[in-house]
Design a binder for this molecule. Sequence first.
Ligand code: TEU
Ligand code: CA
Length: 554
Amino acid sequence: MIKKWWNDKVAYQIYPKSFCDTNGDGIGDLRGVISKLDYLKDLGVDIVWLSPCYKSPLADQGYDISDYYDIDPRFGTMEDMDELIAEAKKRDMYILMDLVVNHCSDEHEWFKKACEDPDGKYGKYFYLRDKKEGELPTNWRSYFGGPVWEDLPGTNKQYLHVFHKKQPDLNWENQEVREEVYKNINWWLDKGLGGFRIDAIINIKKALPLHDYEPDREDGLSSIHKMLEEATGIGEFLSEMRDRTFKKYDAFSVGEVFNEKPEEIPDFIGENGYFSSMFDFNETICGGSDKGWYDCRKITPDEYKKCCFETQAKIGDQGMVSNIIENHDEPRGVSRYLPDGECTEAGKKMLGGLNFMLRGLPFIYQGQEIGMENVEFQSIEQVDDISTLDEYKVALEAGLSPEEALKSVGRFSRDNARTPMQWTDGANAGFTSGKPWLEVNSNYTRINAEAQMKDPDSVWNFYKKLIALRKDPEYKETVVYGALKPVWEDVHNLMAYYRKGDRTLLVVGNYQKGPQSIELSHGYKKVLLNNYHELSENGNKLILQGYQFLVLEV
Ligand code: TEU
Ligand code: CA
């Protein structure tokens, strides 16, 4: 495989609104990110992905952009952004921005011009259809609930929005739209970005002509996924974008790609793939339900293992997947993937280690490095996330009581990952001197970065060791490029795999509270990582304690 500059790097996702507030307005900002670059460097982070901070009404927390060439004043100024890029560069770090181009904001000038003249140039930037009383152009359900068609203000037309109604879909079939996107990407790359995370990109290709699908709920609507499964030809857009932008700058691009087919992997992330990488969402999809979050279930350790190994087998050495346990759209990984009541320090380190040591690029989401956990919502009033509020309604309509609905939907709420970063045990966890835009998780006195940086046995220090191992000259070739080979796959609550390069490493996690032993017929050479202080052995048998995690050179 041709080696790329980003292969051996470690990435970190920042959700700016909840990361660090420096002007007391309760909203995280770019100056806050700049102030924490040394914290990230100390941890060992190389690449920083910023969730959107462009001008936006924040209807979907910035994933609804009203000016792709400017920073929203809530987050700071373009000068702050330029300073952040420069300060990162001084530290050999790279900044990725979020490329959100399936849709823009309904407050973008393009959309305003489309309302003024729906038959003119900018009307063609969107999907518009003549309004017909009592019927919709298509019966698709928005990701955020309800139909995907909304009246175009001041006209007799309707416009398509697969997400929120304040996020009108851009018409990628229109070459002029694509040119606008490429121009913006290159403008940002010329400013020194390391690349982009590519938002919701599978949605840009609609199955044409637009048509209805079999309704799958009482509301008579059908999931967008039915349309996406039928859409063909996205490769034309993605290869054009690659050739017109990323490739020219050797930029890193990581796609938010769902339900790609195995035969498409080389096209997506191969040597000349549309993107450098794409995220593994297999674990997040497992246990899901078309009915809604209320009907989703927590997956078991054996399912978690199966999902990880399925992705690894699908990708093989065709490219580099990006591995996560959480992000700004998902609940906290340690609350989701560790059995209820067993969200322990040892478990958090084991989960982090098992994911981190997989083949691919590790992405740490802000707070994951200190083991931040889900929120215990007491009332729906505490919830900000539009997706959660919609899913709560779906749960009530399905007959759950308000308490049951909040509890069942709260487990999967995106707000679990959007509560402010917990820096200290001081007021507002050191996130802001003002009133935080979203309540701080009340467990910040127990879980915060300041305390963990001082504690050699903390989750934070364990992540620091994981990152150091990835960069260790003796082992980095194996950790970065080594083949992954599952072992003891059928053993219950045990996740173990070899990484085989110029060295051979055995990564093993005892994914349960009770002990279990493994037998190493050839023994081992060295313990490289252990989330316990000791390792009990009996000949070639290793007796693993609850949630014990090891990396052994064998
Ligand atoms: O998410 C795309 C996506 O697949 C969402 O529908 C996701 O499944 C949903 O957030 C779950 O509730 C991207 C961004 O990551 C997300 O934050 C945005 O809301 C969305 O696109 C629209 O830009
Ligand atoms: Ca602020």
